[in-house]
Design a protein around this ligand. Structure first.
Ligand code: AHR
Length: 328
């Protein structure tokens, strides 16, 4: 009799322990222990930043650090130096530290399933920030960021307007496999008129340093104004690197029709100087929105599964006036 009772006791104990460990359930919507009255000062938010490759990224980092400071959120921040394996290790460390929410700005789209599943099994909701992931949406709580396809479409429309009789353009693309580069390339091809050809497309990895030699190599192969009339550049930093190469090759501002993405101060200056004819906005100031959603998740409140930033296109005609007002 005593042995039978002991077996029952052990069985019940095992079931309780398995449940406490989150043994295989969808626990992404687990509430924090402070719910429904959690406040920002209760929150530990993990932000494994993907790198510091551009002015956009610097502004994104500042937005998270400043917002956390203002709200009293404890921020666990790291810089993965554009390496996915570093982002994954940072996420694992945050899971071990039992953070409340993870905001993940993924360097590339693929390869997140395992670590997202680990976060889910630990009951830690993940908000995908900025770029998208290819993982099933059941593995994360929401995505907050830009519509990268729309940005590429907006760039294409600028070329369509400027080159009604057609022509050829070069593309300086962002990090290979990143949601930003994939989306912008897709949108650009969706909307570009048939009489405009993409002569060549190479990555500059979203950095000034890497864009410069790519542009130099383009200029060795193709003659500006003859072989191509325009360049679509996936971000302002690469645009600034490309301008250096163009200047060195004797190209003058306005010789080529150049459209960039981001709307940073550097991009605005390039419009003022006559190099860029349009700059498609991509807003990096996502800290407040992400922390607001993180608090809702902690309190078990409803959230939107996809939040796209409302953006526009900037032009040279009022760039000088707007430049001093730019926040990044
Ligand atoms: O994912 C957003 C992109 O990443 C920005 O356009 C670029 O500047 C950054 O590096």
């Amino acid at each position: 009799m005593f042995r039978f009772k002991k077996h029952i006791f052990l069985l019940v104990l095992t079931v309780i322990l398995l449940a406490a460990c989150g043994g295989g359930g969808d626990t992404a919507s687990e509430k924090a222990s402070c719910a429904p009255n959690c406040e920002y000062t209760d929150m530990t938010l993990c932000y494994p930043q993907l790198g510091a490759e551009s002015d956009w990224r610097t502004a994104n980092t500042a937005s998270f650090k400043e917002t956390a400071g203002e709200l009293g959120v404890r921020l666990i921040f790291s810089d993965a130096q554009q390496k996915q394996e570093n982002q994954i290790s940072a996420m694992r460390s945050c899971i071990q530290q039992e953070v409340d929410v993870i905001g993940l700005p993924p360097v590339v789209e693929d390869g997140w399933d395992a670590v997202l599943t680990e976060a889910q099994n630990a009951g830690i909701p993940v908000i995908i920030v900025d770029r998208s992931v290819s993982a099933d949406s059941s593995l994360y709580a929401s995505h907050i960021g830009s519509d990268m396809v729309l940005e590429g479409e907006r760039a294409a429309e600028e070329f369509n307007k400027a080159m009604p009789d057609g022509g050829a353009v070069l593309e300086l693309s962002g990090t290979t496999g990143s949601g930003a580069a994939v989306g912008r390339a897709e949108g650009f091809r969706n909307k570009l008129n048939d009489n405009i050809t993409i002569l060549d497309s190479q990555t500059g990895n979203f950095t000034r340093a890497e864009a410069l030699p790519v542009m130099q190599a383009f200029l060795q192969k193709y003659t500006p104004g003859v072989d191509f009339q325009g360049i679509f550049i996936h971000n302002d930093d690469m645009g600034i690197g490309a301008i250096e190469a163009l200047k060195a090759a004797g190209v003058q501002p306005g010789d080529l029709f150049i459209v960039s993405v981001d709307g940073t101060r550097g991009g605005f200056q390039a419009m003022v100087d006559g190099w860029f004819q349009a700059d498609v906005e991509c807003n990096p100031l996502l800290g407040p929105q992400v922390m607001e959603m993180a608090l809702k998740l902690m309190n078990g409140q409803e959230i939107d599964r996809e939040v796209l930033t409302n953006e526009t296109v900037y032009y040279p005609d009022n760039a000088a006036e707007l430049l001093p007002t730019r926040k990044y």
